[in-house]
Design a protein around this ligand. Structure first.
Ligand code: NAP
Ligand code: MG
Length: 477
């Protein structure tokens, strides 16, 4: 059969104006850092510097927390929920109106395909604000008592894999409940959070309700340790989560941690294999595998192993790796050279430990950070690639013979964030889901998100839930 090539279909970046430099967003305005330096954010697909952003030092963190405290005490805390809701609805509508601009900016700063930022990230960001806007005047009916109170000032630290979506997960419920926030985006992806600051101004949000302080890990640590923060919300790695748990131990700060994962995606012999292949591809190659709930361990029933693997390889050969702004691109750039290095190192360890890598032929661009979609076969549970989070487009394939073995292998991990089950039998879905130690279990699908549905982990994947009615609890006293 002739193979038709796609013509390039690049999204225009003309819709996004990026200033050469950005200050910190404190008390409703952009201010230069007083005791920090500057950081550069690059486009990981080209290594081009997109902008310089301020690096908040301890005095800046203090200034932001004070602005948030004042806004909490004087404006946002006393404001009736129905009034807060208006601001949140306004923010949600502006996000929807400006979603193309935000999607292009997100793809530029993060490296994710425009198809994903446009069709997944941005619709979900707006949906989160709409959803929590709806709760703001109904908190007394959420199941946390007749008159639940906000906590105060929330210090929030987020990672780079879904910059604006993680911001929405943090900011929307906090504001709906009457808290004010100081948020630190990740060092490599600060630009959409700074654009969100402009949206707060556009929505006439009272100054100090949302404060965005850019910076690296030290800025996050200073925020978490600030004595006047009432609530700490963190999404990121388990290692940093541990250090945050230590920092807040013995204080009165309430804390939620959303950490890493090593999800099992389990394919039973009766599964519709073509559908399962789509789910496997979505599970591990969506967002370059930079997904905490990625289905990074494929568990296949032995009887269908050969057939499934052949179908998976055929499908992987059609994945298009390259320019994130091209609407045909399936897999974009790895977010940073540091992350690329981690993926390379762990993959090399996989090879050394005896697993067999396979990638489809694909041409990677010369500049930027890239990693071909890869599967490892011959993986044993003891291999590091089966135990550690790679956070890249790398899948470990293992097999099982019985449902009991599948459950035992799936649960054989220190994490417990998500899992997937593929089978035609509804009763098996329920029976297996019941035995999996994971916060989210998808059946015959993967990586589905909805603001009404709680998300969070067990064990080393953290504690607390974000999303849904459950997500309010973390921000209410
Ligand atoms: P990370 O290194 O833990 O960074 C997360 C955030 O914490 C970044 O803003 C980071 O700043 C900041 N940070 C670093 N050191 C800190 C410290 N000592 N105190 C306070 N903040 C500090 O994680 P990452 O590599 O960016 O993100 C990948 C990880 O996030 C993966 O493990 C992934 O599974 C997890 N994740 C989990 C979820 C979930 O919902 N469970 C969602 C997405 C990602 P810098 O950017 O400047 O380093
Ligand atoms: Mg960047």
């Amino acid at each position: 059969m002739p193979r038709f090539e796609y013509a390039p279909a690049p999204e225009s970046r003309a819709i996004v104006d990026i200033a050469p430099s950005y200050g910190l967003f404190i008390g409703g305005e952009s201010v230069p850092p007083v005791d920090g330096g500057v950081l550069k954010s690059v486009n990981p697909a080209s290594e081009e510097v997109l902008a310089e952003v301020g690096q908040a030092g301890p005095a800046d963190v203090d200034r932001a927390v004070r602005a948030a405290r004042t806004a909490y005490r004087e404006v946002w805390g006393p404001m009736p929920g129905r009034e807060r809701a208006k601001f949140l609805f306004r923010i949600a509508r502006i996000i929807a109106e400006r979603s193309r601009e935000l999607a292009v900016l997100e793809s530029l700063d993060n490296g994710k395909p425009i198809r994903e930022s446009r069709d997944t990230d941005l619709p979900l960001v707006a949906a989160h604000f709409f959803y929590y806007a709806g709760w703001a005047d109904k908190l007394g009916y959420a199941g946390f008592g007749p008159d639940p109170r906000p906590l105060g000032v929330a210090g929030q630290v987020i990672p780079w894999n879904f910059p604006l979506l993680m911001l929405a997960w943090k900011v929307a419920p906090a504001l709906a409940c009457g808290n004010t926030v100081v948020l630190k985006p990740a060092e490599t992806t600060p630009l959409s959070a700074l654009r969100f600051a402009e949206i707060c101004q556009q929505a006439d949000l009272p100054p100090g309700v949302v404060n965005i302080i850019t910076g690296a890990g030290a800025t996050g640590a200073a925020l978490v340790e600030h004595p006047d923060v009432d609530k700490v919300a963190f999404t990121g790695s388990t290692a940093v989560g541990r250090s945050i748990a230590r920092a807040v131990a013995g204080t009165r700060k309430r804390t939620t941690l959303e950490l890493g994962g090593k999800a099992a995606n389990i394919v039973f012999e009766d599964a519709p294999l073509d559908q399962a292949v789509e789910g496997i591809v979505n599970g591990i190659f969506f967002n370059q595998g930079h997904v905490c709930c990625a289905g990074s361990r494929l568990l296949v029933q032995e009887s269908v192993y050969d057939e499934l693997l052949a179908a998976l390889k055929r499908r992987m050969a059609t994945l298009r790796v390259g320019d994130p702004l091209d609407k045909n691109t399936d897999i974009g750039a790895i977010n940073s050279s540091a992350q690329l290095e981690r993926i390379r190192t762990l993959s090399e360890i996989g090879r050394q430990e005896g697993a067999l890598p396979w990638s489809p032929p694909c041409q990677l661009p010369d500049r930027g950070f890239w990693f071909a979609p890869t599967i490892f076969t011959g993986v044993s549970q003891a291999h590091r690639i089966a135990r550690e989070e790679i956070f890249g487009p790398v899948l470990s394939v293992l097999t099982f013979r019985t449902p009991a073995e599948a459950v035992a292998k799936a649960n054989n991990t220190p994490y417990g964030l998500s899992a997937g089950i593929w089978t035609e039998k509804g009763s098996r879905v329920l029976a297996i889901a019941d035995q999996l130690k994971a916060g989210v279990v998808w059946a015959n699908t993967f990586n589905r998100f909805d603001p009404t549905s709680p998300f969070g982990g067990y064990r080393e994947s953290g504690y607390g839930r974000e999303g849904g009615r459950h997500g309010l609890e973390a921000y209410l006293a």
